[in-house]
Design a protein around this ligand. Sequence first.
Ligand SMILES: [Zn+2]
Length: 411
Amino acid sequence: MGKYVVLSDSIKKRSSEKLARSFGAHWARLGNQTVVWTAEWNVFNNKAREAGINLDQQEGAELEGQLYLVIQTGRSFLDTYPDVRIVIDKGRYLVVALPPEEVCRFSENKDNWWTMRPLPMDGVIMDIIKPMARAGVPSINANIEAVSQSTYSSYLMSLVNFLTRYSLSFQFISAMDWAEDELQSFGYQTELCPIDVGDGNSYNLVADRPGNGDGIRKLVLVTAHLDSINIRDGVNAPAPGADDNASGAAGVLEIARVLAEYSPKHDLRLILFGGEEEGLYGSRQYVSRLPKEERTRISAVINMDMVATLNTASPSVLLEGAPVSRSLIKELAEAAATYTSLTIQTSETPFNSDHVPFIDELIPAVLTIEGTDSSNTNIHTANDTLDHINYELALDILRMNLAVTLKLLEI
Ligand SMILES: [Zn+2]
């Protein structure tokens, strides 16, 4: 038993985090909110008052049981459990309070769409940052501006026109074949790699462009899942998946088109995964089959999954990685500040996209995803269509990813 308080005021937040460290309380920050919790509420509250911090909720809220972090795709958790006590709601990330008798209700979660874990203590779960733009006139500016709405939107349209890209459908194979033809036409070496998706078979598409550097070259991966799904109406129903994830797959093709003009020092690999919606089958199998020689050469994996729906007043992107990808997140944030007008959120709690299997093997991977993706309620239904696509947002995310890819390839 204890109490908790949620603080939004930035001065109170920072000083409470400091106080918590000294007086046995714990804290976790999500964007502009910090939750502080302790079994010794009176001690903490008195110390706060002595330090001149007037907590908004002097009484604190009763905490029966424990605080948990939920990470959800869409509003999957909230839709299933509307009665759970929400402490902080940041869309993809929730802090919930569960009394002990409630915990078992969630212990056998077989749902891929959300995960629950004890709230990590004394750290930042999700941050909103203002990185510095790089100084001087960036030399790669011309290349960044080569991303084009007309080619990007034509790729997007082609993918959506397959009606579904359900991993076990013949349309998925047709979509893979089409993407392979495009990548070959840009000059990439391609390979369709079979994967298992449960009892069925599907594919990953891998496209390579070797670098021309001497000695051991690094390997840079740009990835997205090609498959789509309609969970609401079943696997035979239309699943246009315009945002999830034709937007990311078309992004891989657009970056491929722009990079085809250059001969990089390091090796570039583009991957379109299958079986993502069924539980990351394509990326898990890809990572498990990676030869050790290649695994150790991977300097970055930049994954795009849902990059084209504007859910926030101003365009924003979430960079989701782990401690292993901290420097890649920093590079991406700096590139965003230099070349785009994106607001940047960051997180080191990776969940449910193709960056996770890489991170599990300590390979630096980052998911780039539209900010507040959980507000996009059209995904996994027939309503995930082109008319919800925001090209400005998508192109800004592409510019950020292209800038970092160019830098890592030493073009
Ligand atoms: Zn997706």
